[in-house]
Write a protein that binds this ligand. Structure first.
Ligand code: ATP
Ligand code: MG
Ligand code: MG
Ligand code: MG
Length: 474
């Protein structure tokens, strides 16, 4: 059985053998791209190449790209821990053609890798094509031996890919594996395209043909290109015979660390399992974002990081952990992934410190807020109500600093609604006052991080600025 490192390397090696340049992952923080919160796919670092604005010395590339899907387009934050296949941070394996090969070769390569190198059973593989893409359907039957009843046509939701509201995009074709009817929702109409985990989407082949501008207009790219993405965690799960990404060797060391700091075993209780998975997922996101130089703040990218930390902290509390604890999980992430991503090793100490400060700072608020909210929910339940009132949520936020996002998460877990309009009305009324108090707190914490930075020293990455495409195959 291949371990995840071997799977990652064999993907790169396969495409290297097909004339692709092995290019390093870029940062999770897209440079010079304010339209995008985080790098959410392998193609992000090649956006300007697809648009024809930039030339590279190669026309075929292969990467294993660090990705974040939390906040912004394609956010999977709420799915994490509940589905078997979604993460906030994940690694995307991808091959790219910049005006070189197009659909035919992309389909042929993918099929060869999956069925000949990885030896996936052909009778469990399905493919979807964009409803209007006759050409792709025809190619699947011509260049592979997939049976034609395993090819389905789907609409734009599944089979038209775009990075964000603007940028390169195109119709796509996805490769799906049927995990069997004992996995997933079990509904009679469960089929390819169902949101459950049975028909697991492994790989998306995007036929890059257009650029979408601010007005939504599509213009053809200078040359049709290929952009593909396959989640390393998903292909690893399949190849390791697991039904859940969290059961692969990418997560087991981290889950073990969560078990040992909490004293709670994984796989014993559905509720604590969700918390363990959320923490295992979020700690990877936190470690990778911090090691890419992001710090928690009250807006933009920094706020998404803060939100992830707070969600993880809440789940740590649900496991009965007190005070700052998550920072102790940075090291296990570094230990298991530092070889592939050396920035984790370089930034390990600073990341742990920043996380510890952030946790300590929020710990009391969290404890207090969770207690108040629990009481509130008990009260509502007794009255047979299912919506948490906006003014109560606002009071929690304004008086105790308890964020609405977290209240929303809690409500969702408990199958309750929140009165967000009511919250916003209260917010409007007290806007000035609220703003004044946040600014005060924000500048205080910014000073702490600044101090820490000067104490530990400024770390500047130059790696991402270089266009060198160093091999990461060992
Ligand atoms: P899904 O439908 O399962 O949410 P997607 O269609 O949103 O996936 P794509 O945007 O096509 O995903 O991304 C390409 C590939 O990246 C997917 O086929 C999958 O293997 C992987 N992937 C996407 N989102 C995630 C995630 N949140 N966590 C782990 N892997 C992911
Ligand atoms: Mg998705
Ligand atoms: Mg999909
Ligand atoms: Mg997809």
């Amino acid at each position: 059985m291949m371990n995840s490192a071997e799977i990652r390397n064999s993907f790169l090696e396969f495409f290297r053998s097909k004339g692709h340049e092995v290019v390093k992952s870029s940062s999770l923080i897209p440079r010079h791209d304010p339209t995008l919160l985080f790098t959410n796919a392998g193609m992000v670092q090649f956006k300007s190449v697809f648009l024809g604005e930039e030339k590279r010395p190669y026309t075929r590339a292969v990467t294993c790209q660090k990705c974040m899907r939390a906040g912004g387009k394609h956010s999977d934050l709420e799915n994490v821990g509940h589905t078997a296949r979604h993460h906030t941070f994940f690694e995307m394996l991808g091959n790219f053609s910049f005006g070189d090969y197009f659909k035919k070769e992309a389909i042929r390569f993918a099929w060869e890798l999956l069925t000949e190198w990885y030896k996936l059973p052909k009778d469990r593989l399905w493919v979807s094509v964009y409803r209007e893409d006759d050409e792709a359907e025809k190619l699947w039957t011509e260049v592979t031996d997939i049976s034609s009843d395993k090819i389905v046509r789907l609409g734009a939701k599944d089979n038209f890919w775009q990075m964000g509201d603007t940028g390169p995009c195109g119709p796509c074709s996805e490769i799906i594996i049927d995990q069997g009817d004992d996995v997933g929702c079990g509904k009679p109409d469960c089929r390819v395209g169902c949101d459950c985990d049975r028909y697991l989407e492994l790989w998306n082949l995007v036929f890059m043909q257009f650029n979408r501008d601010e007005l939504g207009n599509l213009t053809p790219l200078p040359k049709p290109s290929i952009d593909t993405g396959m989640g390393l965690e998903r292909i690893t799960a399949v190849l390791q015979g697991k039904r859940n990404n969290f059961d692969t060797d990418l997560f087991t060391p981290i889950i073990s660390a969560v078990e040992s700091i909490s004293g709670i075993s994984y796989g014993k209780n559905a509720e604590t399992d969700i918390s363990i998975r959320v923490i295992a997922d979020h700690i990877r996101a936190i470690a990778f974002l911090l090691s890419d130089g992001l710090i928690p703040s009250n807006d933009g990218r920094g706020y998404v990081l803060r939100r992830i930390i707070r969600r993880a902290s809440r789940h740590a509390k649900l496991l009965g952990l007190e005070g700052a604890v998550l920072y102790r999980l940075i090291a296990p992430v570094t230990d298991s992934m530092g070889k592939v991503y050396p920035e984790l090793i370089q930034e390990n100490d600073r990341a742990s410190k920043v996380l510890m400060i952030e946790e300590e700072r929020f710990s009391k608020t969290l404890e207090q807020g969770m207690r108040i909210l629990d009481n509130l929910i008990d009260g509502l339940r007794k009255q047979g109500k299912n919506t948490i009132p906006g003014d109560e949520l606002f009071k929690l936020y304004d008086t105790y600093g308890f964020p609405l996002d977290l209240a929303r998460d809690i409500a969702m877990d408990k199958h309750l609604l929140i009165d967000e309009d009511g919250f916003n009305r209260e917010m409007e009324i007290q806007k000035e006052r609220a703003r004044a108090s946040w600014v005060g707190e924000e500048s205080a914490i910014a000073a702490i991080y600044k101090e820490l930075q000067s104490e530990i020293g400024e770390t500047v990455f130059v790696g991402y600025d270089a266009l060198e495409s160093e091999s990461i195959i060992k």
